[in-house]
Design a protein around this ligand. Structure first.
Ligand SMILES: [Zn+2]
Length: 348
């Protein structure tokens, strides 16, 4: 019998010269905050835990559902049957994979009020979220406290990755000053997502994470990588000019509008109606007809549109969306639930 603590465990990565023994101890000393443990998050956590990253804080607000199993690699049928919280199910699985590292599951929605605490002491933040609101919050906290983070996103068969090292590479707001208007981008719930793009994006995020954790900073390039898994195409864009341009309110002027809560405060429970109102993350004018087409498939065609609003039913929710991007989600019993339904079907 061999025990799990043998030196063999990391042998193949220690002989890789960019890591070596020194890099391996740096990985062991690494403290990672992973925001979101769904598709991208489970693949990232799986890779980093196996690589021997010493501390993983895994934050997720959701529970495992059957439609997660197609791409969320740490979960199995029993997790879906029991509807176990993703953070907990992931942590338990990871402990059977590597008992030498520390894993802290946190069942929570990341928001203005808790993100600085959750990021405290982190050497790195990994983006496993499915919404722009949280990403802009991560970007603010990362730039404010000088913590590197790795952006990742995917939908359908397309994805994007970008490492962000404050003051060395452009931040998210250097590239995209504000989140895309609500209802303008497809989500996994309207456009679907295939597992290969999840694994490619998360693998590239994990590679950036390993470089940052071992201190190979010259290998962390200011670069946005765009991938189409279906077409087998990669495109990389040099983002260095975005930093040199220097017009960023976040990294240059240190205005953390998302963290200050000025750009949030988006939800309100509608008392006595079992409904929650959710406002979009930025001002918008929605194309309700286009949104109606996108949600048509998930609501079995039960979509009504008039000049003021769009109505559709999905699962047990009755969703009403207005042209200004505001939505009332009937059947949502808390602001967090309302926000999560909004992100799923309308966008961010
Ligand atoms: Zn910036």
């Amino acid at each position: 019998m061999r025990t799990g603590s043998g030196n063999d465990r990391y042998a193949r990565q220690v002989i890789f010269p960019k890591i070596g023994m020194e890099g391996q101890s740096r990985l062991k000393a690494g403290r990672v905050t992973l925001v979101g443990c769904g598709a991208l998050g489970t693949v990232i956590a799986n890779t980093l835990a196996r690589s021997g990253v010493g501390f993983l804080r895994i934050i997720d607000r959701d529970y495992v559902e059957w439609n997660n199993l197609q791409r969320q690699v740490l979960f199995d049928e029993s997790d879906a049957r029991e509807g176990r919280p993703k953070a907990v199910a992931a942590a338990e699985r990871l402990r059977t994979i590597n008992s030498d590292i520390e894993i802290e599951p946190v069942i929570a929605d990341v928001h203005v009020g808790n993100i600085e605490t959750l990021a405290e002491g982190a050497s790195l933040i990994l983006d496993g979220t499915d919404n722009f609101e949280t990403r802009y919050l991560i970007n603010d906290v990362a730039v404010k406290h000088g913590i590197s983070w790795v952006y990742g996103a995917c939908v359908a068969s397309e994805g994007m990755v970008m490492p962000i090292v404050p003051n060395r590479t452009p931040c998210l707001r250097c590239i995209f000053d504000a989140p895309p208007p609500a209802g303008t981008s497809p989500t996994c719930d309207t456009a679907g997502v295939i597992a290969p793009i999840v694994q490619i994006v998360a693998a590239l995020q994990a590679a950036e994470a390993m470089k940052i954790l071992v201190g190979a900073m010259d290998d962390v390039r200011p670069r946005l990588t765009q991938i189409s898994a279906w077409d087998g195409e990669f495109s990389t864009f040099d983002m260095a000019p975005a930093l040199d341009g220097g017009g960023c309110a976040c990294c240059r002027d240190r205005q953390f509008v998302y963290l200050d809560g000025k750009a949030t405060g988006r939800t309100a429970a509608l008392c006595g109606r079992n409904a929650v109102q959710v406002r979009p993350a930025s001002d918008t004018k929605l194309d309700l007809e286009a949104l109606g087409d996108r949600v048509g498939s998930v609501s079995n065609g039960r979509v009504q549109v008039n000049r003021y609003l769009l109505r559709f039913d999905v699962d047990s929710y009755g969703i009403t969306v207005f042209r200004d991007g505001r939505a009332i989600i009937k059947g949502a019993s808390s602001p967090d639930e309302g926000k999560s339904v909004y992100a799923k079907y309308i966008g961010n």
